[in-house]
Design a protein around this ligand. Sequence first.
Ligand code: NDP
Ligand code: 8X3
Length: 252
Amino acid sequence: MNSTALITGATSGIGKATAELLAKKEYRLILCGRREDRLKELEESLGKLTDVITLQFDVRDKEKVFHAIQSLPASFQKIDILINNAGNAHGLDSIQNGSLDDWDAMMDINVKGLLYVSKAVLPKMIEENSGFIVNIGSTAGKEVYPGGNVYCASKYAVNALNKGMRIDLNQYNIRVSGIHPGLVETEFSDVRFKGDKERAKKVYQGYKALQAEDIADIIHFVISRPYHVNIEDLVVFPTAQATATIINKETI
Ligand code: NDP
Ligand code: 8X3
C-alpha cells in the first residue's frame, strides 16, 4: 500500500500545496483543518487522484484531536508521515502592547496543538517501529525580529520540540525533520494582520517571496529520501531575503 500522510493545516497555503503535490505522487492523505467547506473541496478534487479522508478539528481542542485521530477507519490508522503544519502568527505588536488573546492563540495552536496531534499519532508509529514526523517551524524559530516576540517564541519551541522528538523517538526508528521557511506568500499575513489585506499584501511586494509550492516541493523531497536518510533541519529563504529584517525589495 502507498504511504499515508496526515497533514494539519491542509486548507490553505503550505499545507494545501503539500496535499496537492502528495496527491499527484499518490500518497494516501488525511487532511485536517477547521474550514469544512475547504476540506470538502479538497476531498472532492484530490480524491480523484488518491485515497483522501478529511478531519475537521481545531488543534487547540485536545479531546477533538484525539477523538478524530482515534476514530480513523482501519485503512487509515497506520500513518506513515505526520506533517505538523497548522499554525499562524497573530499580530506583530511589541511585547508591551501585545494582546493576551493573540499570545494564547500562538502558543495554543503552534506549540500545544502540534503536541496534541503528535501524541495522538505516535502510539501507532511506535507500535510499527517506523514513521516520519515533519515539523514546520520557521526562520522565526531561529532569529527574533521586532514585534515577533511571541510568534518567534512559539517557533523556537517548535525547533526545540523537533530536536526533543528526534532524541526520544530515536529508539523507535522514527524520523523527525524540521523545515524552517522564511517569507512565504500565503494567507499567513492576512491572519497576522487580522484581515487587513492591504497591509498583508505589502509584506510580499517588491521581491519574489517563496511560494507555498516551493515548500511543498521541499517537504516532498525530505519525505521521499531512502529510510536511512533523515534531513534533520532545513532552513530556506527566498533569494531576496538575507535575514528576518534584511529583504531586498528592489528585485521586482
Ligand atoms: P496559512 O494561513 O495559509 O495556513 C495556515 C493553516 O493552518 C490553515 O490551513 C489553517 O486552517 C490551519 N490552522 C490555523 N489555525 C488552526 C487551528 N487552530 N486548528 C487547526 N488548523 C489551524 O499559512 P501558511 O501556509 O503560511 O502556514 C503554515 C505553517 O507554516 C504555519 O505553521 C506557519 O507558522 C509556517 N510558516 C509560514 C511562513 C510564511 O511566511 N507564510 C514562513 C515560515 C513558517 P483552518 O483555518 O481551516 O483551520
Ligand atoms: C513566517 C515568517 O518572518 O513572517 O514564519 O516570521 S516571518
